[in-house]
Structures are given as C-alpha cells and as structure tokens.
Design a protein around this ligand. Structure first.
Ligand code: PGA
Ligand code: ZN
Length: 404
C-alpha cells in the first residue's frame, strides 16, 4: 500500500444536529488529506435499523472510539473501504451496531471515503460512483406534513413535491415556490394562527390529510401552469407510526388494512401521486405487494422503514415484489459498503433508489454525492432550511461540474 493512503490520525467530536441534539462528527486524516462526516438522526425510525447510539448515548460512542476503535484504524489503508467497514462490524460485534452506535460507524465509514477521494483529488461522487455517472437525482422535498416530525400536523408524515426543471437550480427553486404558496394558503385558512414548521421545515397545521392533499395539489398545479413544468407529487405515510396493530388511525377516521391499501392506491389513481413511501406498516410485505400489483406500473412504491437499507430485507421484498423502489439512508445500516450492497441489489433487480436525508440533519452534504454515485432516481432532502439547502446547493455545484 502506498503510504499516502494510510490513516495517520482519526478523531471524533460532538456537534449539534438541526434539532439541537448532539451527534458525532469524525475526521479521518491521511498524509495529504482529511475526510470529515457528521451523522444525521431519524425520528421515525424503522424497527430493524441500526441503533444510532449505544445505551450510554453519544458520549458512550465517543468513549468507545477512544478506547477501542482508534488504535485499530490507525495505519489502515483508506482505499480499502470494504475492509474498513468490515473492521467496524467486527469491533461492534452485533448485527445492528448497538455496541458502538450506527451513527459513529456511519460517520467513520463516510469520512474514510471522503478522505480517500480527497487524496485522489476527485469528488466523492466520482470516487464512489466512477467516472461515467452523469445523472443528478430529482430533488423531492417535504412541503407539508406531521407524523413523528411535528405534534401539530397531518397524520401522514410528509407530502412532497419534485418539480422537473431544466436544471437542478430551477427544480429546487420551484420546489421552494410550491412550499411558499402552501404557506400562504395555510395562513389564509388559519389567519396566521396554529401553523408552523416541522423538523424538515415542511409546513404543519392541524388539518385533515385530505385538506393537505387539496392544498398541495392546488399549489403544485399553479406552479405547473405558471412555470410550464411538471411537478411530481409524493407522500411518505410512515404508516407504522399510526398503525395500532389493527387499524390505521388517522385523525379523522380509522382505516382497516384493506381500506389503507385502497386509500394509498387512490392517491395514485384519483390524485396523481407518483412517489408513495411506506404506505403500509413495516411488517406488511404482502400489503406493499398488493399496492405494487395495483398501481406499481404508474407509481413508485417506496420502502423505507420496511427495508432500512438492508440488503437481506430487500432481498425478501424483491422476491415478493413488495414495492419497486427503496429509500436509502446510510445510517439505517451503518456503513457505506452495506449501503452499496442494498443499492446494487435494488438496481440490478430493476428497482429504483431514492437517497434520503433524516429528519434531524447536519450541514454535511454527503448524500448529494451518494445520490449521483448510486444513480438514484430521487434525492429526498427537504425544500428549505440550511441543513436541507446544504445538500440541494451541493447538487447545483455537482451539476455544474458534470456540465463542464
Ligand atoms: P426520520 O424519517 O425521521 O427517521 O429521518 C424520515 C422518513 O421517514 O423518511
Ligand atoms: Zn420514510
């Protein structure tokens, strides 16, 4: 191994995420470069995802890094991403990173790739995805919602839009115009009372989900006719969060499993939604399959909490045709190599991928690079808010580089 890729130093520090909670940020130092990554945090987590922190929280992860991990990784070859990720798994010894914390593993794994890319003098998306990648994923952003991201909102976690502009800048600007129009509509309805912003800076108000659907459709159609673009509509039910074991409990009414399936299909058939995420609770593979059979030819049925970026779970879903797309979040599985395995399996099976932020974010923009590297169809990362626009603006820069 060339010495220029040997890890010379590694460190971890605590920083804040967008909810004001502490998270880990790591530095991997090579002789001629450094890679730095800070890990995000979920609020509506899937049952099978990596545990963000061990029982003692962020401090425990930091202590474990100092006592057990640092000495093992010093001198390691930064180009051996798989070996490094395997080492993290070995040190942890569990299958969900409950010993060292999935967020520490994520930060270290991505820091390593960034350090290697920096040493090679190429951007992360090229290092991970190769030199032939040229497509930018379509940004899809949360504009109105509730669920686990706000106390006062819709039952459905997220209603999203993806404007298909000629450039990334046009697309993300139009997404934010839809967001603004929705804010104006809600203010008119509520005369400035009882509206707010959720964790991902989507509007929240105490309205029924059907009202939210009307509002988002109106705002999206206005932008379509004013700007002559297509605005794709999306939804993340995050259905596990309001399933009580028998019923899907909306504020306004309680739906049986079959009624929930019909409701999800009606969003596609009657309202033109294209991106349908987690329409059923995370154990109901068969429910996902039924929705895919019914509307999968005209919409993406996207699994998030059901697959948790886990190739093993995804394998089962692919066999059962329980969806046709998968959400990708590195810290659901804990390493870049495991994320790559899930993406590879999805792509080679004809499924689409959507790289995604978490509701608690940092300003790290690594998902913008990974979205390009993975050839993702969508990147789900909000519409406004500094920690969201950090990623959107990085896409603008990547597009500029790819064009040049
Ligand atoms: P999170 O979930 O709050 O766990 O990040 C967002 C999502 O469900 O997509
Ligand atoms: Zn989700």
């Amino acid at each position: 191994m060339d010495d220029e890729f040997k890890i010379r130093d590694a460190s971890v520090r605590k920083v804040l995420d967008s909810r004001g909670n502490q998270t880990v940020e790591t530095d991997i130092v090579l002789p001629y470069s450094t890679g730095r990554c800070s890990a995000p945090a979920g609020a509506s987590t899937g049952e099978t995802e990596a545990l963000a922190y061990p029982a003692g929280g962020v401090d425990s992860s930091v202590r474990l890094f100092e006592s057990r991990i640092k000495k093992k990784i010093l001198g390691f070859d930064a180009l051996d991403q798989k070996g490094f990720d395997r080492l993290l798994r070995e040190v942890d010894g569990t299958d969900n990173f409950s010993e060292i914390g999935g967020n520490l593993a994520t930060a270290l794994s991505v820091s390593l790739a960034k350090a290697a890319a920096n040493s090679l003098g190429i951007p992360l998306y090229r290092y991970v995805g190769g030199f032939l990648r040229s497509e930018i994923p379509k940004p899809i952003g949360n504009v109105i919602g509730g669920g686990a991201h706000s106390k006062n909102g819709t039952t459905v976690q997220e209603f999203m839009v993806s404007s298909v502009g000629k450039t990334v800048l046009e697309s993300i600007t139009l997404n934010s115009i839809v967001h603004r129009k929705i804010g104006i509509a809600l203010r008119e309805m509520f005369k400035d009372f009882s509206i707010g912003l959720g964790d991902e800076k989507a509007w929240t108000a105490s309205i029924d989900d059907d009202v939210a659907i009307d509002i988002i459709k109106t705002a999206a159609h206005e932008v379509e006719s004013e700007h002559k673009v297509k605005v794709i509509l999306g939804v993340d039910f995050a259905a596990s969060n309001f399933f009580d074991g028998k019923k899907y409990k909306y504020k306004e009414n309680h739906l049986s499993r079959d009624e929930q399936i019909d409701y999800a299909c009606s969003l596609v058939k009657s309202h033109g939604f294209y991106f349908i995420e987690d329409p059923m609770e995370e154990h109901d593979f068969e429910g996902f399959a039924e929705i895919t059979r019914k509307v999968g030819s005209e919409a993406l049925i996207v699994g998030d909490d059901i697959y948790t970026t886990n190739a093993k779970r995804l394998e089962k879903g692919i066999k059962m045709k329980a969806g046709n797309a998968v959400l990708i979040k590195v810290n659901q599985i804990g390493t870049l190599s495991d994320t790559w395995d899930a993406v590879n399996l999805a792509t080679s099976s004809g499924w689409k991928t959507a790289i995604s932020h978490r509701s608690g974010e940092t300003t790290d923009e690594f998902i913008s690079h990974l979205g390009v590297a993975f050839g993702s169809e969508f990147i789900k990362t909000g519409t406004i808010g500094g920690e969201r626009t950090a990623k959107l603006n990085e896409l603008v820069r990547i597009e500029e580089e790819l064009r040049d």
